[in-house]
Design a protein around this ligand. Structure first.
Ligand code: GLN
Length: 382
């Protein structure tokens, strides 16, 4: 069989998790919490699992009560933003990953170009290529990983169909600012692209020191897909429930793909998420996430201070990038393997986030971990 993705192997996240299991290393590689979702969510799931009638297909676009709860919370948390219509603008997907794939499949035609900021999550390039699209890469420079809009303008062409924006950015934690959304790049892109995409824009996983700006311009909103995931906001990456928000015409296209990709997402998990989003505690949970991760970030950075690691700034997300040249001249993959095997901490080499394997000696730690895990990992890293 002639492979459609001959250059793609097992993802780096799976590889490093396997290495952690093999070596017994603490897994700060794959991005997932080592703590459980809130107790109310687990109880809600248990209750719905026992409820007769909650075990057949959910409606294709998602349970109406979950879509309504998502819209209502957006209305409460973002008073300045228009509230999406649950009937025509919200689609529940199997995580943000499925949403991203459905958007690309819905929008990208053979030969279309998709602008990708690198470092980039490893799914983007292959998913674009499977549609016959051409990823066009723009590099975000360390240590701040801010977009260079001049470079963007040079790459945007009449063939540009979509711009992928990941904020807070994986792996760097960079956060798009109001300026990034406003000028000078997005307007240049705006009049050419039928669809621009932003990801996790509403996820409140961001520190207080980096306000989470959204694109204010209505004309950009009209051509945007916003993808988010409960895996991140409710510490439940294994549930695989996310959603896509887009204007009705774009939502209709996403649903055409979604109905044949997964058809619908598991019913009891959607009920459980709707329960917690409808509860009085929902907004406190969402607003508390910034503080929750800020504390983890600061604790982890303090534990590593003075040990020789160069810790890059982390405005958002739950990853910490570090330069290790004080310890070793090795390539990042070799160094990551050494850390897992010899020091008992698994990490991700940042070269895995570049299509051409660009390697500037950076590794990524996930700090979405319990204090005891971070303490033990830092002791080993010191
Ligand atoms: N998003 C996660 C990360 O960046 C990985 C998810 C996965 O392993 N597919 O680590």
């Amino acid at each position: 069989l002639l492979s459609k993705l001959p250059d793609v192997g097992v993802s780096i996240f799976t590889q490093m998790t396997l290495l952690a299991q093999e070596t017994g290393a603490i897994n700060l590689a794959q991005g997932f919490p080592d703590y459980d979702p809130p107790q109310e969510l687990l109880e809600a799931l248990a209750q719905h699992a026992r409820t007769p009638g909650h075990h057949q297909y959910a409606p294709m676009p998602g349970l109406p009560r979950l879509r309504e709860a998502i819209a209502a919370q957006i209305g409460r948390l973002h008073a300045d933003a228009p509230v999406p219509d649950p009937a025509t603008e919200i689609t529940v997907t199997a995580g943000a990953t499925e949403a991203l794939y459905a958007v690309l499949a819905a929008v990208v035609r053979p030969g279309d170009e998709v602008l990708v900021f690198e470092p980039a999550y490893d799914l983007y390039g292959p998913a674009i290529r499977l549609q016959g699209g051409v990823p066009r890469y723009v590099r975000l420079p360390a240590p701040h990983f801010r977009p260079d809009w001049e470079a963007v303008r040079r790459v945007v062409s009449p063939r540009t169909r979509l711009v992928l924006v990941n904020t807070p950015h994986n792996p760097s934690g960079a956060v798009f600012t109001a300026d990034d959304w406003n000028e000078p790049g997005p307007p240049a892109v705006r009049h050419r692209c039928p669809g621009a995409q932003r990801r996790s824009v509403r996820a409140p996983r961001v520190r207080r020191d980096a306000p989470h700006e959204r694109p204010p311009a209505p004309e950009l909103r009209e051509r945007s897909f916003v993808l988010s995931s409960f895996g991140k906001t409710y510490h439940a990456t294994g549930w695989k429930v996310g959603y896509c928000i887009a204007p009705p015409a774009l939502t209709a296209e996403v649903r055409r793909v979604h109905q044949f990709l997964t058809f619908a997402v598991s019913t009891p998990t959607q009920h459980a998420l709707a329960d917690v989003l409808e509860a009085d505690t929902a907004d406190a949970h969402a607003r508390g996430l910034a503080q929750f991760y800020q504390e983890k970030r600061d604790a982890f950075r303090n534990l590593l201070e003075g040990a020789g690691w160069e810790l890059l700034p982390v405005p958002g997300g739950y990853f910490q990038l570090a330069r290790y040249d004080a310890f070793s001249p090795q390539k990042d993959l070799a160094f990551a393997q050494f850390l897992a095997r010899e020091k008992g901490v698994a990490v991700v080499p940042v070269s895995a986030f570049y299509h051409d394997g660009f390697d500037e000696g950076l590794i990524r730690f996930c700090f979405a971990k319990q204090p005891s895990t971070l303490t033990e990992a830092a002791a080993r890293l010191r």
